[in-house]
Every structure is written in structure tokens, then in C-alpha cells.
Design a binder for this molecule. Structure first.
Ligand SMILES: [Zn+2]
Length: 139
């Protein structure tokens, strides 16, 4: 890159930067005016922002929902394995089934204990003699 580009420098090179392809995907080639000039103009920058950000958000949302649905199925499987109206089991049984406790729909605190909601169940996780235990209840 160029060195000290002091203000008022005489005879600056008219095109110090290489031409580049607009970052929005339109394939227009333009002359950038500085190193942070990535788009042909503001409209192209907005287009890139809206489409890129929206697409990524949608992809993340789909991924999150997929994991939450999977979690809910796994909670259902273990909840239904017992006739009791709450099931207490080693968390590792569920994580072996790909349960991911980092994903939940919402959470709430009941008597100082944090409960996490899946679509149809709620669960809480605690330690007992160095083993993580999950308690599952139906909503
Ligand atoms: Zn463009």
C-alpha cells in the first residue's frame, strides 16, 4: 500500500488503487476512491447489506430451529420413556443423542432455578456428584 499520503500532497496519482469488482455481486468494475470503498455506490452497498445480512440471518434462524426441533424430539423421547410427570436422567444420555442444551426457545427462573423451554418441554440441568443431570417436565 502507499506510504504517507499527507494532505495537500502535490500531484497525487489519479488512480492509486487497483480497480475492483463491486462487492454486491453485480459484477460492475469500478475505481475505488479509498481502500474501504467496496461498492460502486450507496445503492449497491445497501443492496449488499440487505441481501447479505438477511440471507445470513435466515440461515442462522433455520439452523437454530432445526436444533430446537431436534432437542424437543429428544426431550420427548426421554420424557415418554417414563410414566412419571417429570423425568430425571444423566444429561450425557441426551447429548449422545445429539441434544444440545445451548439451544432453547426461552428460559425462566423458578425459585432460583433456571428452567429452559423447548417447544413442548422444559428442562433444568444441575450437577450431582460430578455428573450433569437433566430434569425434564412437560409444559
Ligand atoms: Zn454492485
Amino acid at each position: 500500500m502507499s506510504g504517507d499520503n499527507k494532505k495537500g500532497e502535490q500531484d497525487p496519482s489519479p488512480h492509486p488503487l487497483a480497480r475492483r469488482v463491486c462487492g454486491c455481486g453485480c459484477e460492475n468494475i469500478f475505481q475505488p476512491i479509498n481502500t474501504r470503498h467496496y461498492y460502486l455506490n450507496k445503492q449497491h452497498a445497501n443492496f449488499a447489506y440487505n441481501h447479505g445480512a438477511r440471507k445470513e440471518n435466515q440461515a442462522n434462524q433455520n439452523r437454530d430451529e432445526k436444533i430446537q426441533r431436534s432437542n424437543d424430539h429428544i426431550l420427548a423421547k426421554y420424557f415418554k420413556s417414563s410414566p412419571a410427570n417429570e423425568v430425571t436422567i444423566f444429561l450425557k444420555n441426551l447429548t449422545l443423542d445429539d441434544f444440545d442444551p445451548a439451544y432453547f426457545v426461552s428460559s425462566t427462573e423458578i425459585d432460583g432455578v433456571t428452567f429452559f423451554y423447548s417447544y413442548n418441554y422444559l428442562f433444568t440441568i444441575y450437577k450431582l456428584e460430578n455428573e450433569e443431570i437433566i430434569k425434564i417436565l412437560k409444559q
